[in-house]
Design a protein around this ligand. Structure first.
Ligand code: 6GU
Length: 234
């Protein structure tokens, strides 16, 4: 998969894309990431990307021309793919949306500033608007890091062990079970005996129960009818 991100703050993204899973996936050729500076697509001496809002009001609005020039430059290469604008007004990102976008060969991601982007960009350049949650960020850059991470780890071969994705899809829709590592006792707090028992069946049942219990307590909205503890314990 190839992803192009357009931003006025390339360094905010470069760091995040150069570590951990994303870096490894890039090194392995699983994803190709390019970060572009929107100001490189301006044509005035001051490299202006925003202007006052028509009709007045607080804040500035991002001008349409640099966005169109940037995206059209990228699209003139082969297979342009979909163009996504990151904005709090977009569809909320969840794992289903991540899975759908992860299947694209190519994506162009636009990082808008919070105050706004000229409406003609949304209407005539963007295929899809995405938000990462119901809170306000100053700009789309942190959201781009979130989205790219979610897409990269879904690419075949991006994660260390294939088992990771198998387990994720098995537990889809449930929160994770509690994890422990050594030591078996720390400051008097013991690791649950079942995890030290060597009984793999018992461990699996215990984990499933904790997942359901935790999901019921914290995220009841995620629980479906057929995720009943009694089913997995009998
Ligand atoms: Cl994509 N952008 C901004 N500015 N704020 C957000 C967001 C995006 N998603 C949640 N809040």
């Amino acid at each position: 998969m190839r992803i192009d991100v357009i931003t006025i703050f390339p360094p905010l993204l470069a760091g995040a894309f150069d570590h951990s899973i994303i870096k490894r996936a890039r090194d392995r050729g699983i994803v190709e990431l390019h970060v572009h500076d929107l100001r490189d697509f301006t044509d005035d001496r001051h490299r202006t990307v925003d202007d006052y809002p028509y009709g007045g009001g607080a804040g500035m609005v991002m001008k349409p021309e640099p966005w169109f020039r940037a995206v059209e430059t990228l699209r003139s290469q082969d297979n342009p793919g979909r163009t996504v604008l990151l904005t709090p007004q977009g569809q909320r990102l969840d794992q289903a949306l991540a899975r759908r976008l992860a299947r694209e060969d190519r994506l162009i991601i636009l990082c808008g500033r919070y105050e706004g982007v000229d409406e003609r960009v949304r209407e005539h350049l963007v295929d899809e608007e995405i938000s990462i949650g119901d809170y306000v960020l100053s700009g789309g850059e942190p959201a781009a890091v979130v989205l790219v991470d979610a897409l990269v780890r879904l690419q075949p071969g991006a994660l260390g062990s294939p088992q990771s994705t198998v387990e994720e899809s098995f537990s889809a829709g449930l929160l994770e079970y509690p994890q422990y590592t050594r030591p078996p006792e720390f400051r008097g707090w013991r690791v649950p005996d079942v995890l030290l028992s060597g009984d793999h069946g018992a461990v699996e049942r215990w984990r499933r129960e904790r997942q359901i219990e935790r999901t019921r307590a914290r995220r009841p909205d995620l629980l479906s009818e057929d995720d009943d503890v009694s089913e997995t314990t009998t």
